[in-house]
Design a protein around this ligand. Sequence first.
Ligand SMILES: [Zn+2]
Length: 505
Amino acid sequence: MRFYLTTPIYYVNATPHIGNAYTTAIGDMLVRHRRQQGADTFYLTGVDEHATKVWRVAEEQGLEAQEYADRISVPWRELPQRLNADIDFFIRTSDEGHKRFVRDFLQRMYDNGDVYQDVYAGLYCVGCEAFKTEEELTPDGLCPDHLVPPEWIEEKNWFFRLSAYQERLLALYDERPELVRPDFRYNEARSFIAGGLRDFSISRAGQPWGIPLPWDESQVTYVWADALVNYLSALTYAQEGEDLRDRYWPAVHHLLAKDILRFHCVYWPAMLLSAGYEPPQQLFVHGYLLLDERKISKSLGNAVDPLELIDVYGADPVRYWMARAISFGQDGSASVDGIRARYDNELANDLGNLLSRTTAMVARYRSGSLKRGEAEPPLDLAALGADVSGRLEQFDVTGALDAVWEGVRALNQYVTAEAPWQLAKDESKAAQLDGVLYNLVDGLTALAVALAPFLPETAPRILAALAQDGDLSWERIRNGVAAEVEGIAAAEPLFPRIELTAGAA
Ligand SMILES: [Zn+2]
């Protein structure tokens, strides 16, 4: 079983925002889960450095474009690490390996007769790195995303014959109804193809920053024809001395936000077919995590800078909030203040207190020793594991985490219903008390494994507090897995109270 997941490569010419962190964190959850199931996984993220803006700003600042790109890519390299996202490779489009591969890839498209020269005249938004039609602009003639007027560009460019791929793309979509998820995005992409495809420019003239075309060095590769190829190029040099293409292509799943659907779901498969590669296995298009417009500041604990949010709450709580705040796949509006409520009510209270109470009771009533005893378990853990797993395989990250949380709540109710403190007063109920405490530890052990994709730092801490094996294999989510152990001590709080310095904004 192989699972190769990619995030889009992000533009370096801004600092990471919550949307980038969102995709990177959710992708990490999906990959970690597959790894727990024993899959051979590869997780790729990185940056797109060949934007016109990079070169322009570098020039304004009197720097070489590469030097400027090196500088501004630093927070991007930090992002996955700070999010606890366990990536396998961080690609930069200025990598030699990428540049070499793009030239080879484009040459194959050229040799296939799919590239021709023509004059391009049109409106171009530098922010989008895309040509715009009049209909796409606001009534004032501005780019709707950037609210700036596009530039008029007229130059001789190289074009990719996308129009020649309409039939093959439609056949691909009809053959593979799971190619694009969710369904409504599949329909959106398919109707775009069915509506007729226009050839697009794959090069720009008069720019020193970019990858020169192998057959015409006076032109550099236009952003998308350069950027999309990263998903394949990375496999050729990520691991020294090994070409990973055989291992992971086409077992690739692309994660992307809806604004770049057309490039990924239409241009990219066509480019791959042209260059002689299999199209990707699946593309998952998600919505935006929109933030409310309340006052935002670091001292209120609701910064929009994801790195600042992590500074305040830690990576796991930020990941947890992202997965739960809105339904992954849909658009949703979330409040950054909500992170505080989820931290206090769900992480510290539902989960943290459950662990504290469980370990404290084993320590107090059984001197830290865990015995199987006699009591019916409150949860069918294998069924819960299968439910969570099924949802994650469908990219239903939010539904999966909801299902785990139902388990956390069920264990809390079990504590209340069984009242171990009452059982402890009655010597004749010793075996039942053992059984109840065992079921709590056993349930928490399984839930820790199920939470590991979402809370990678917290899950091992839960297992350690329960004196259980740190093995995170998904198959351990079933009843009776917890070992009878000695030495369970009252656990330290998993999520200590956070004091925010209010009013310092
Ligand atoms: Zn724009």
